[in-house]
Design a protein around this ligand. Structure first.
Ligand code: PEP
Ligand code: MG
Length: 918
């Protein structure tokens, strides 16, 4: 066996890393340098597994390529030549040899896997001479000419850009192939003969000449460098850039290029190709799972061109290869200590491993596999926690179809077909037939993207859709893979579907559905239904609510979060304004409420009328009258929340938004209210006009309201303390309110408001003869508040960072208008991420750090939390951990995500489990 490539010159940096069974330079640890594919090919070689020999050109070359106007570093050519000689020696064939040619594949492979986003070229090294040699050696001219036409087609597309010139909808090669089949009176590719393929090669080359003005390259060396350049070039193609953005992959990583000796899965009936997972990638269940196609090349499976067979059938077709595959899959999972995704080829009965990597999986599978691996003693709970992307928990909380509704849909004959259950969950929405349409319609409705098959170009549409349905392709087709990763519901390979893009309709048997009509997908059973079937909460939610007994999904969920709670230091609270939200938050594990926005309570029934009366009152007396109507309503709201939360802390914020948000704007509303209040229409309309503001976000809102109208703060404080006393009396558990004053900029503002709250608190407790443990604090949501935090902390018993407003005021970007240009800023990399979604550590974060330090210096034991949207974002949570906050607060559905993210932050910071502050 030939050794891998050696350094060409002692002093030169190495760019090329060779591998062959039993030997390799580099290994699984070198993903940064060799990309995931190159690193794992090397690792499999070192394990002595059957891997075709090859070499990997490092990601450093990619960086050089882009930094130097698409040129290569000096010495690369010689290194590639030497590495190619090693491969030749290893397989006993020569590149470009007319008798017995070595053919290679040229593959991309970045540090993080980006399925289907970059380019690959197969069968490289064929020309008019070598194809003859391949025909003789393989004994099958048909195979050789088919391989050649595949190569010309792929090379023309990937390297010469022929297809894209024609536009995405018409592929000239496919057109020529269909034409040939028509002329020969056959329907399928296998019916074509060697002569047909040979004729098609000539036609394909004509197409290339017509489109590029140059003949198709005959020289294998030229072909190789063309392919290497194209694969490096594909790092910057549109879909790769889009994918990186969605998955937070830095463009600086670059891709490696692996050049690997070809093995053929289409050499005859004892050849085949397949993809497999060591566990079920949809559910995480421990069972070898995958699919294969006999007499096919790998691209046929991945592109979903033919629907493959379940892997178990391989045991009958090729028992020897099956047995070896079993042995290898178990070995690889043990070695990598994680679920693996494998690509293999069988050439004339002999198994070759082409790739292995940690398998992409659904959120369900991510949690279940991690938990199971701990039980199997392969990994520790700490590792399990770090392996699950917190966002993956989202999927476990996704709705499913209500069983009764599903049964009814089946009985009513709504079921259209059943295909592969490729991405679990339930989705119902409008049919759209293109990715563009999906993006457009998704702004107004839930959409289901229906495609014959998906390609990486569809990725943005897939992101916008709630479900994806394809007519072709298996569990490992592009649609299935990407949908699972995005957490989208997906049904794939629905072969009965006839999709007509031009007419924008699908036909299935007698039924026709058009764009805009409703369709429902069950991604767990693979069923497709006409119409929108109502959905219901997930198994996790049903178990939490005591409506179902625990199944495997719930058990894995509960276990991972139990571990998370052991390791996290941050507390997790929820933002909730109503009793039912508070109950849900507790079910999800919230340890308190971090923000109750009292204004949300005013938007229903009688409350809005009383609120409007209060706002429009002339003078304190009228206002007090209106407030007296509001008091019992607020008290009842608070009591409901206190009951749900028991002895957990509940942060209630005094009124915050600009008053005109509550006012009637339509004439008929104003006249109704005027009658109610016994005032004239004109007077009321004038009052409404006078309350309008040019820039309400920076206007009469927050504590400024409570300072202008202290009776509002007093009413709210009374409602809080009376409700707390009522609940304490009724339940025996004392609520723990934390009253929070918003939009404070100066200590004096806060002092005025805390004095009001404390006076009412003292009065109510004295009236009721009860003490209610409570705190009075403030939000830090203006830069000035952060800058004078020391002085503010002398008045405040806690700070809660309102990072929505803090981001708005630090950047000077309106939260309501930023969406017009922030996405552009992210696209142009002016912002690393949307600062309203992920905390801007350098700006708003720096203000937070100052506020924490100065606040704690002024008041030991000052409680610190966050209640802006960032409290549910894993990256921001990590920062909050670094700052040493006591808790984060987020929407109820994000509480599990925050628990896991908080544990990850603690583990990454190297902390051991300890008791959390409350
Ligand atoms: C904030 O500003 O971060 C906050 C929580 O308050 P709101 O979103 O209600 O302004
Ligand atoms: Mg705010």
């Amino acid at each position: 066996m030939a050794p891998p490539a050696r350094k060409t010159r002692k002093s030169a940096a190495r760019h090329v890393y060779g591998f062959a069974p039993g030997k390799a330079r580099g290994g699984a640890r070198d993903k940064d340098l060799l990309g995931g594919k190159g690193a794992n090919l090397a690792e499999m070689c070192k394990l002595g597994l059957p891997v075709p020999p090859g070499f990997t050109i490092s990601t450093e070359v990619c960086a050089y390529f882009y930094a130097h106007g698409r040129r290569y570093p000096r010495g690369l050519e010689a290194e590639v030549r030497a590495a190619l000689r090693d491969v030749e020696r290893c397989v006993g064939k020569r590149f470009g040899d007319a008798e017995d040619p070595l053919l290679v594949s040229v593959r991309s492979g970045a540090r993080a896997s980006m399925p289907g986003m970059m380019d690959t070229v197969l069968n490289l090294g064929l020309n008019e001479r070598t194809v003859q040699g391949l025909a003789r050696r393989s004994g099958s001219p048909r195979f050789a000419w088919d391989a050649y036409r595949r190569f010309v087609q792929m090379y023309a597309d990937v390297v010469l850009g022929v297809e894209s010139e024609e536009g995405a909808d018409f592929d000239p090669f496919q057109g020529a192939l269909e034409e040939r089949k028509r002329a020969r009176g056959v329907r399928t590719d296998p019916e074509l003969t060697a002569e047909d393929w040979q004729a098609l090669v000539a036609t394909f080359k004509d197409i290339v000449l017509r489109h590029t003005g140059r003949p198709f390259p005959e020289d294998p060396e030229e072909q190789l460098w063309g392919a290497i350049g194209a694969v490096f070039g594909s790092w910057e193609n549109e879909r790769a850039i889009a994918y990186r953005r969605m998955n937070d992959i830095p463009s600086s990583w670059g891709t490696a290029v692996s050049v690997v000796a070809m093995v053929f899965g289409n050499l005859g009936p004892r050849s085949g190709t397949g993809v497999a997972f060591t566990r079920d990638p949809a559910t995480g269940e421990k069972r070898f799972y995958g699919e294969f196609l006999m007499n096919a090349q790998g691209e046929d499976v991945v592109a979903g061109l033919r629907t493959p067979e379940p892997i178990e059938l391989l045991a009958e077709r090729e028992p020897g290869a099956w047995k070896e595959l079993q042995r290898i899959q178990a070995r690889l999972e043990r070695h990598f200590r994680d679920m693996q995704d494998l690509e293999f080829t069988i050439e004339d009965g002999r198994l070759w491993m082409l790739q292995c990597r940690n398998g992409k999986r659904t959120g369900f599978a991510a949690v279940r596999v991690a938990v199971d691996l701990v039980k199997e003693r392969r990994i520790t709970p700490e590792e399990a926690l770090l392996r699950v992307d917190p966002e993956a928990l989202n999927q476990l909380l996704q709705p499913i179809f209500a069983p009764a509704e599903l049964a009814r849909a089946r009985a009513d004959g709504q079921r259209l077909t059943r295909a592969l259950a490729a991405g679990p969950g339930a989705a119902a929405g409008e049919i759209v037939f293109s990715a563009e349409r999906a993006q457009e319609r998704a702004k107004a409705a839930r959409v289901v993207l229906v495609r014959i098959e998906t390609s990486p170009e569809d990725i943005r549409g897939m992101q916008a859709a709630c479900g994806i349905l394809t007519a072709r392709g298996g569990m490992t087709s592009h649609a299935a893979l990407v949908a699972r990763q995005m957490g989208r519901v997906c049904v794939a390979g629905a072969g009965e579907l006839e999709i007509d893009y031009r007419e924008r309709r699908l036909r299935i048997g007698e039924r026709v559905l058009r764009e805009g009509e409703a369709i429902s997908l069950d991604g767990s059973t693979g069923e497709v239904f006409a119409g929108a079937i109502p959905t219901r909460p997930s198994e996790v939610l049903a178990v939490l609510a005591g409506k179902e007994t625990a199944g495997p999904v719930y058990r894995a969920y509960a276990q991972i979060l139990a571990w998370a709670d052991r390791f996290r230091v941050l507390g997790v609270r929820a933002n909730a304004d109503q009793g039912d939200q508070a109950e849900l938050a507790v079910l999800f594990g919230a340890e308190g409420i971090g923000l109750c926005r009292t204004e949300h309570m005013f938007f229903e029934g009688q409350k809005i009328d009383a609120m409007r009366e209060m706002i429009l009152a002339d003078g304190p007396e009228e206002r007090e009258r209106a407030l007296a109507k509001l008091l019992p309503l607020q008290r009842a709201d608070f009591a409901e929340i206190f009951r749900a939360m028991g002895a957990r802390p509940v942060t209630i914020r005094s009124l915050d938004p600009p008053l005109h948000e509550f006012l009637p704007h339509e004439e008929h509303e104003i006249s109704f209210l005027a009658r109610e209040m016994g005032v004239s229409f004109d007077r009321l309309k004038a009052k409404v006009e006078s309350l309008k503001e040019l820039n309400p976000m920076l206007g009469h809102r927050g504590c400024r309201l409570g300072i202008s109208y202290p009776e509002i703060t007093r009413m709210q404080a009374r409602a809080i303390f009376e409700a707390a006393c009522d609940v304490a009396r009724d339940t025996g558990k004392k609520p723990r309110p934390e009253i929070m004053i918003p939009l404070v900029a100066t200590p004096a503002e806060l002092a005025l408001q805390t004095a009001e709250v404390r006076a009412v608190a003292a009065a109510v407790q004295a009236e009721r003869g009860l003490t209610i443990p409570h705190l009075v604090g403030t939000m830090i949501e203006l830069p000035r508040a952060a800058l004078v935090a020391g002085a503010i902390a002398r008045e405040a018993e806690f700070f809660s960072f309102g990072t929505n407003d803090l981001t708005q005021t630090t950047f000077g970007i309106s939260r309501d208008d930023g969406a017009k240009f922030v996405p552009l800023y992210v696209e142009r990399e002016i912002f690393e991420a949307d600062p309203f979604a992920r905390l801007d550590r350098a700006g708003a974060g720096r203000l937070m750090r100052m506020a924490c330090e100065e606040g704690l210096a002024a008041r030991a034991g000052l409680k610190l939390g966050i209640c802006g949207e960032h409290g549910g974002d894993p990256s921001s949570i990590e920062f909050c951990h670094e700052l040493g906050l006591d808790y984060v607060s987020c929407s109820p559905f994000r509480v599990p995500i925050a628990r896991l993210a908080a544990a990850q932050a603690a583990l990454r910071a190297g902390e051991r489990p300890r008791r959390r502050a409350k």
